[in-house]
Design a protein around this ligand. Structure first.
Ligand SMILES: C[S@@+](CC[C@H](N)C(=O)[O-])C[C@H]1O[C@@H](n2cnc3c(N)ncnc32)[C@H](O)[C@@H]1O
Length: 162
């Protein structure tokens, strides 16, 4: 598979996961967390899926496309390892977390996923969903099959136990 093919498949898996989780969340209450704003592509998709919800956004910087810049009050700037635990003290809980945190360094991305998984699990409401570009294997999260069409192993999909 060419790198272009792999890129297209990953983007499709990401979009299919987000669309599927949008249907699963339905009208259940809770915030949405976008962990990894980047260019703002998935943030833009999330706000189209969840126009009436609070969407909190995490990154070390805001470097998104000008059309995809979240309101300042919804942005938590800094290292995820600091901003996510701090957010837990705001007493907001999420019905959906999308974690798109990977870089070109596979080992560093996996390690970041391992570090963040317990914190992300604790931020979810019982039955809340986590869609992630890295594996997040912790007991508090039940791995779910990827939605139809999302392809195997390119994205990771969980539900909070409880
Ligand atoms: C793959 S990009 C996100 C792409 C984005 N979801 C989109 O659709 O455009 C990952 C983002 O995570 C951020 N990031 C990676 N590690 C981080 C860390 N430890 N703390 C804060 N931000 C981090 C990077 O700055 C980058 O913007």
């Amino acid at each position: 598979m060419s790198r272009l093919d792999a890129f297209i498949r990953r983007m499709k898996a990401q979009r299919d996961c987000l669309n599927a989780v949008g249907r699963l969340v339905g009208d259940r209450p809770g915030a949405v967390l976008e962990v990894g704003l980047g260019n703002g592509r998935t943030y833009d998709h999330l706000r189209s899926l969840f126009p009436a919800r609070e969407i909190f956004v995490f990154d070390r910087e805001v470097a998104a496309h000008p059309d995809c810049i979240p309101p300042a009050a919804m942005v938590r700037l800094g290292d995820f390892r600091e901003t996510l635990p701090k957010f837990a003290t705001e007493a907001k809980r999420a019905i959906l977390i999308h974690a798109d945190i990977g870089s070109g360094n596979k080992e560093a991305s996996l390690a970041l996923g391992r570090d963040l998984a317990p914190t992300l699990a604790a931020l979810l409401l019982p039955g809340g969903y986590l869609a992630a570009d890295q594996p997040m294997e912790v007991p508090a999260l039940e791995r779910l099959p990827l939605p139809d069409g999302a392809g195997d192993g390119r994205y990771h999909f969980y539900r909070a136990r409880g």
